[in-house]
Design a binder for this molecule. Structure first.
Ligand code: CTP
Length: 407
């Protein structure tokens, strides 16, 4: 997990919908990510989930009464609003949305929003017909035009037993959007376009078979998420089947040839390319239109032809920061150094893909970074998210050196 939320002050507004139970999950996720959370609740919300529950999770003040004499704050909603970095209202009912659109300040949630100048995310949750009602649509549009970030609602089963649009988006996704928002406000990669490839490409043999490798794509996805959290404009070119992270431009591909086309196109105006994909080096000369039948022969020979080397094709672009991975099963250092030079990379991340506890398919990786300044850094065994942070730090350092040299 990235550290973007460490010590961030977030106000969580909870209003009276059955989805209020999910606010407990969101509070736990935010807390785990290192944020300080103050909770404000409407009276309706306290009927669904108790202030005590949220206090026990956040270890912070929970404000459910505008006129609480026991509070240590001077004027609760104003003090809270002043010291926060972001407000998230999850769930936001139709009633709360209407109040916010019209400047009401009659409960801890609405009063705090009115007193605040920080970014505000709202996550609507209501019956489908209430959401479709033109008055709600108008209120939501009003809030959007004032800069509120509106997430969801999603379609699915509703508490009424009906299906429709009105379900609050899941807490895990809200967390992702909160990170995205912070990245876009103050991330150190803000304004930079970063292209990252992920997964093992698939080279088609016939309609039911392909050649591929063991790469899961986890490393590329961790890099994409970390770069997004740090404010980069991320394009994820993926041959993996893992669902796209929130807030990145996701381009699914299959073969090495597909990946080459997309990566070359995206790199025209990119600042950074990280090739974390395990690109197949070979592809069948012929793709059979129909399923290949077994026949009588015991041995099948398939002719393969080399795929284009995507990184090598970009080797003449000096403005692009190029990061490659070296997937090795022996001679890690020398093979990685060779790739650094031959592919004209700025950084190569060398990893051993023959061991079960790291690299392909694992949540962890042990990477050694070699850079074109002669630097060598053993990152040790880390989660792929932790390793991503270190790789991005190294990219930043190399960019600084390059920009000094160009001055
Ligand atoms: N790569 C690429 N295009 C290819 C093959 C690899 O851009 N056709 C990139 C990979 O994404 C990786 C780096 O080149 O960032 C090194 O890939 P790797 O598989 O380790 O090595 P190869 O260059 O394929 O060489 P070898 O298989 O001989 O080790």
């Amino acid at each position: 997990m990235s550290e973007i939320l460490n010590n961030k002050r977030i106000i969580m507004g909870v209003t009276g919908s059955i989805a209020a139970y999910k606010s407990v999950i969101l509070a736990r996720l935010l807390k785990k990510a290192g944020a300080n959370i103050d909770v404000v609740m409407s009276d309706g919300a306290t009927r669904f989930v108790t202030p005590l529950t949220l206090k026990a999770i956040t270890h912070q003040l929970v404000m459910s009464d505008m006129y609480d004499l026991k509070s240590y704050l001077k004027i609760n909603h104003v003090s809270l609003a002043e010291r926060c970095d972001l407000i998230v209202i999850a769930p936001a009912t139709a009633n709360t949305i209407a109040k916010l659109a019209n400047g009401f300040a009659d409960n801890p949630v609405t009063a705090t929003v009115l007193a605040s100048r920080s970014p505000i995310i709202i996550c609507p949750a209501m019956d489908g017909h209430m959401y479709e009602n033109p008055v709600t649509t108008e209120n939501v549009s009003k809030l959007k035009s004032r800069g509120f970030i509106v997430l969801g609602p999603e379609s699915g089963e509703l508490a009424s037993g009906l299906s429709g649009e009105g379900r609050m988006i899941e807490p895990e996704k809200i967390l992702e959007y909160i990170k995205l928002t912070f990245g876009q406000i103050s991330g150190d990669f803000k304004g930079l376009k970063l292209v990252v490839s992920a997964g093992g490409t698939r080279e088609k043999l016939d309609p039911v078979r392909h050649l591929t490798n063991r790469s899961s794509g986890k490393m590329g996805y961790a890099l994409a998420e970390t770069a997004r959290d740090r404010g980069a404009d991320v394009v994820l070119v993926s041959a993996s089947k893992i669902e796209s992270p929130v807030g990145v431009n996701f381009i699914p591909v299959d073969s090495a040839k597909d990946m080459e086309k997309v990566v070359l196109g995206e790199c025209v105006d990119a600042d950074i390319l990280i090739m974390a994909a395990a690109v197949s080096d070979w592809t069948p000369v012929n793709i059979n239109d129909q399923k290949m039948k077994k026949g009588d022969e015991d041995i099948l020979e398939i002719k393969l032809v080399k795929t284009p080397d995507i990184l090598a094709r970009l080797s003449t672009n000096n403005n692009l920061i190029k990061v490659g991975f070296a997937a090795e099963t022996e001679n890690l250092d020398s093979n990685a150094q060779k790739k650094l030079v031959e592919k004209k990379l700025d950084i190569v991340a060398a990893n051993d893909v023959s061991l079960a506890d790291r690299g392909f398919e694992s949540a962890n990786n042990k990477i050694i970074l070699f850079d074109n300044q002669g630097g060598e850094e053993d990152l040790g065994m880390l989660t792929k998210y932790q390793a991503s942070t270190k790789i991005l730090d190294k990219i930043k350092a190399i960019m600084k050196i390059k920009s000094k040299r160009n001055r």
